[in-house]
Structure formats: structure tokens, C-alpha cells
Write a protein that binds this ligand. Structure first.
Ligand SMILES: [Zn+2]
Length: 343
């Protein structure tokens, strides 16, 4: 996607460093605001009016208690007044925002892309906070990112390779057409799977928020990026969910769930091993292997998901944050990931 790294806008290293520090501090401050936005959306409080206070003892905080990250470190993670621990969420969100803002600035420098991506990142961070805490994504945070992305694509602000396409005699930016196709792919993928999962296991596999997140990445970066976003999102989710799931299954000692989960994993691993070792590389045996493992995977998945529904334990981790991480990996490392030859 974006290939040029370290936008050279100054030969003066000190000046460069100074600007970078300013941008990083600006990101920290924005991060501290995003914390407030996320938490007050969940609690239904006004975002602007009530001054920040300790959620435990309700003491109004002094300005120096609000200094991002630094205040948390100096106070050793405890409220100055009641000495109850402050949530680690505050400095983490602040640091992530600061680092992302600096990263985007280092990549694009003084161009229109920088503030636009800052807005996108900010909205995504708020979505992650609310999704992590209560598995909700607020429409007024997520939905505006779709038209904003379409504007980004329409004017090709990202400066991505772009051949205009003629539609009914009008010349339209290739990036815009790609965005529209991507939105359709994202919508079709998530809604189709959710529809099927509703029929077979009576539970929506993905939340509506996940569909919107995929549509956002499509609107901004086109159909190729959104496909990679979905693949990477699923990988990121698997990396974090599978260990949690194994621990949970071992604790629950549920035979049906454990065996069906083992079948599901084995049916994915065995073909990979056979492929590596050149076993059943060709001929009737390989066809047989595909049929057997594919049926085993489907059977294992269906039994496992039904059992999990009976045990009432579907959501271990929300999918939104994984999808967002996958999305930004796809945006910034598209060429590298594709050239690995995995996709
Ligand atoms: Zn307190």
C-alpha cells in the first residue's frame, strides 16, 4: 500500500527530533481524551462537561494528575487521594495513541494523509476500548469513518496507484471504485457468515460492528486491503483466542467440547504436515485426504460451536480489536506480507 518510509522533510536532525517529540506528546494528550470518550460513551455521561475525576473516590483531579503516562508512573498507578489502583487502560491507550500518531507522522510527514489517518486511528482506538470493555461499538464513532474513507479514496488522498475508470462516460478514481468493491466484499463476507451461523448454531458469528470495521478499511484502502485485513484479523484473533480456549476447555473438563475442538485443530494441521512432507502429494489419496479432513473440520466446528452455546461461553475476546490490528498491518505492510507468498 504505502511504500515510502520516513518522509524526508528536513535535513536538520535536531529539528526533526523536536517535531517528532511534539507529535508524540500531542498523541499522548489525544490518547488521554480518547480514554475519556470511550469510558463516558459506555457510562452515558457527557463527554465535554464533567471534569475528570477518580472513578473510585470521585475527587476532582488536578491538572497534573492528568498528565498522560507520566502521572500514572509518578503515582505508581494509584489514586493520589484514595490510593485505589488506577486502571492500566489509561497509560496503555495513551501510549498506543502517541506511538501511532508518531508512526503515521514519520511515514507521511506534513501531508493531508497524516491528520486524516490520525482521525481514523483515534476512532479505531475508541472502538477498541468499548469493544474490549462491553462488546459494543458505537455507531456514531464507527459509521462516519465510512464516508470519510470514501472522500479519502475519491480524491485519492493516499496517492495510491490509481488508474481512472470510465463509468457511463465519467472518469472516476480507481481508488474510489476499489473502495466500493471492497465495501461490497466486506459486507457480503461478514453478513453471509453471520446469516449461516444464525441458521446453524443460532448465534451471530460476528457482531454488526465487525462488518462496519471491515467496511471502513475498504472505504479507505480498497478491496485488496480489506481481504488481507480479514485474513490477518482472523490470524491475530486465533493467536490470542486459541490459548485462552485451551485453558478454558482444560478447566471445564467438558469431553464433547474438548474432543470436537481437537478434531477441528487436527483437521487443519494434518493436511499442512502432509503437504510439507510431500505425503499424498498427488493422486486419489490427496483427494481423499482433502475430503476426510474437510468433513472432519466442519463436523468438529459444528459440534464444538453447539456445545459452546450450551455452555453459554461464546465470546472469549471481541473480534473488533483483532480486525483493526489486522487492518493497519494490511495497510502499512501490504507489499511485504503479500511478497511473503503466503497469500
Ligand atoms: Zn481516588
Amino acid at each position: 500500500m504505502f511504500e515510502s518510509f520516513l518522509y524526508a522533510y528536513s535535513d536538520n536532525i535536531l529539528l526533526l527530533l523536536y517535531v517528532w517529540i511534539l507529535v508524540f506528546v500531542f498523541g499522548l494528550v489525544v490518547g488521554s481524551f480518547l480514554n475519556v470518550v470511550g469510558l463516558r460513551l459506555l457510562s452515558g455521561e457527557s463527554i465535554v462537561f464533567p471534569p475528570s475525576k477518580c472513578p473510585n473516590c470521585n475527587t476532582k483531579l488536578k491538572w497534573y494528575d492528568n498528565i498522560p503516562v507520566l502521572a500514572y508512573i509518578l503515582l505508581l498507578g494509584k489514586c493520589r487521594y484514595c490510593h485505589k489502583p488506577i486502571s492500566i487502560q489509561y497509560p496503555i491507550v495513551e501510549a498506543i495513541t502517541g506511538i501511532s500518531f508518531l508512526f503515521i507522522f514519520a511515514w507521511f510527514g506534513f501531508s493531508l494523509i497524516t491528520p486524516m489517518l490520525w482521525i481514523l486511528v483515534g476512532a479505531c482506538i475508541v472502538m477498541c476500548i468499548t469493544d474490549f470493555k462491553e462488546q459494543v461499538i458505537f455507531d456514531w464513532v464507527s459509521l462516519p469513518m465510512i464516508p470519510l474513507g470514501l472522500i479519502f479514496s475519491f480524491f485519492n488522498i493516499g496517492g495510491i496507484e490509481n488508474e481512472p475508470i470510465k463509468v457511463f462516460g465519467f472518469s472516476i478514481a480507481g481508488t474510489f471504485v476499489s473502495a466500493i468493491i471492497g465495501i461490497a466484499i466486506a459486507f457480503a463476507f461478514f453478513e453471509l457468515i453471520s446469516l449461516l451461523s444464525k441458521i446453524f448454531i443460532k448465534h451471530r458469528a460476528f457482531g454488526e460492528g465487525d462488518t462496519v470495521i471491515a467496511m471502513i478499511f475498504a472505504a479507505w484502502f480498497g478491496w485488496k486491503v480489506v481481504i488481507l485485513t480479514i485474513i490477518l484479523g482472523l490470524l491475530v484473533q486465533a493467536v490470542f483466542t486459541i490459548p485462552l480456549l485451551v485453558i478454558k476447555l482444560l478447566k471445564s473438563k467438558d469431553k464433547v467440547a474438548s474432543i470436537s475442538f481437537a478434531v477441528l485443530i487436527l483437521s487443519a494441521v494434518i493436511p499442512m504436515i502432509c503437504n510439507r512432507l510431500d505425503i499424498f502429494y498427488s493422486g486419489i489419496l490427496s483427494v481423499l485426504l482433502v475430503i476426510v479432513t474437510f468433513s472432519a473440520a466442519i463436523a468438529g466446528a459444528l459440534v464444538f460451536l453447539r456445545r459452546m452455546r450450551e455452555l453459554n461461553s461464546y465470546t472469549l475476546l471481541p473480534f473488533g480489536p483483532a480486525l483493526i490490528v489486522g487492518g493497519f498491518l494490511a495497510v502499512f505492510f501490504y507489499q511485504k506480507i503479500v511478497s511473503l507468498g503466503m497469500f
